[in-house]
Design a protein around this ligand. Structure first.
Ligand SMILES: *Cc1c(COP(=O)(O)O)cnc(C)c1O
Length: 401
């Protein structure tokens, strides 16, 4: 009966919802902390965390409380007016990134678009690049979102096919290769835009020193160094930001996903004053960006990460989880890598597809999702406890036995 209901709901959704995703066959109805329940009453450990948007876990009481209180008071006025909640939220974000100003948006892609606009404007107005000649250097296998401009500099056919014509002004170089960046720089380069660790590409960690080299190249060539921390940031890798694994200071940081506390879309581009001041009234905007509710939730998301020591937990349990996972030997497993609670298990695709493993994990009560056919990600909420990690390990071992 319940099984039939699951099938029926999946079919109903499939009939009216675009097929731009390929969800696992489960219908979820309730979430609490690291756990979610399907409509048949089966419980799962969420190791997917909505692509890292759910670092606080499901329905975190402090986030829900901020949402509730502010939504009864004032939610939306647009930025045609000031509110009480925006300044404290953005001030916190600036402190954490050691930058000066933030421009609030809603989705990650919008914040990336904001960074692109800022970099180009800086290129023309500060670096004096000739009109419409600005170039931004990006990395192969990048994922920065789905707008037509952003997919214009994707190296992935799945993201691009039949969506052209594309936006010019981007140069792709291999990820992890700082010499390639050096070679790609011209007098018209205004920015280097990279993910410090590539998430959607399969949790690809560049060699130590890469970020330091990129930051130095940017500095030496009067080019902005911008990092997309939408997925890697806010504690996912065991530090506030993944760039902090090296001693670098970016000129711009893009945040999103977990910034919304798992309940609301909030993103921002954070930058130095010299960059942000180039945005003048009317030059950029968003109806919902920086609304009163977002300010309250965004601040709660940041302060809760801090007060509940979720970043320390991500570092400690991430190390433990990775070490234990690495002990599992099975021909299906090619490599396991990760940083903090962001772990990728790459499978031997000649033996099995990542999605098949995700289906097996679903059976044993673990929610995960493949990245690029060959990598299974383990990215639980940062509130996870050791007992839950041990529970997950026992289930994962079942799948690989
Ligand atoms: C998810 C993601 C984005 C896009 O965010 P949306 O909120 O889906 O628009 C951009 N960059 C990175 C690194 C991401 O992981």
């Amino acid at each position: 009966m319940a099984q039939n209901l699951t099938q029926a709901l999946i079919l109903q959704e499939s009939a009216v919802c675009a097929h731009n995703y390929h969800p696992l066959p489960v219908v979820l109805t309730k979430g609490q902390g690291v756990w979610v329940w399907d409509i048949e009453g089966k419980k799962y450990l969420d190791m997917m965390s909505a692509y890292s948007a759910l670092s606080h876990g499901h329905c975190h009481p402090k986030i829900i409380s901020a949402l509730e209180q502010q939504s009864h008071k004032l939610a939306m006025v647009s930025r045609a007016f000031h509110t009480e909640t925006l300044a404290p939220f953005l001030k916190k974000l600036c402190e954490l990134t050691a930058l000066d100003c933030a421009l609030p948006m809603n989705t990650g892609a919008e914040a990336v678009e904001t960074a692109i606009k800022a970099a180009r404007r800086w290129g023309y107005q500060v670096k004096q690049i000739p009109k419409n000649q600005a170039e931004i250097i990006v990395a192969t296998e990048n994922f920065h979102g789905r707008t037509t401009t952003i997919i214009s500099f994707s190296s992935d056919q799945t993201y691009q096919a039949d969506f052209g014509p594309f936006t010019p002004g981007f140069k792709l170089v291999p990820f992890g290769d700082s010499e390639a960046i050096k070679r790609a720089i011209t007098p018209n380069t205004c920015a280097i835009l990279i993910e410090p660790i590539q998430g959607e590409a399969g949790i690809i960690i560049p060699k130590t020193g890469y970020l330091t080299e990129v930051a130095a190249i940017a500095q030496d060539n009067q080019v902005l160094f911008i990092v997309d921390e939408i997925q890697s940031g806010l504690g996912r890798t065991g530090k506030w930001f993944a760039y902090q694994h090296e001693n670098v200071q970016p000129d711009g940081v893009i945040v999103g996903k977990a910034l919304g506390g798992g309940v609301y879309p909030i993103s921002a581009f954070v930058a130095k004053k010299a960059v942000m001041d180039l945005f003048t009234p009317g030059s950029h905007g968003s109806t919902f960006g920086g609304n009163a509710l977002a300010g309250a939730i965004g601040l709660a998301a940041l302060t809760t990460l801090e007060s509940e020591k979720m970043i320390e937990n991500s570092a400690a349990l991430g190390d433990y989880f990775l070490a234990e996972l690495s002990k599992i030997a099975h021909p299906w497993i090619k490599t396991i890598r990760g940083r903090g609670l962001w772990i990728g298990l790459e499978v031997n695709t000649n033996l099995i597809q990542a999605r098949d493993i995700c289906l097996k994990l679903l059976d044993v009560g673990i929610l995960s999702k493949e990245a690029h056919d060959k990598v299974i990600r383990f990215a639980p909420p940062l509130i996870i406890q050791k007992a839950d990690v041990d529970w997950a390990l026992s289930k994962i071992k079942l799948v690989f036995s």
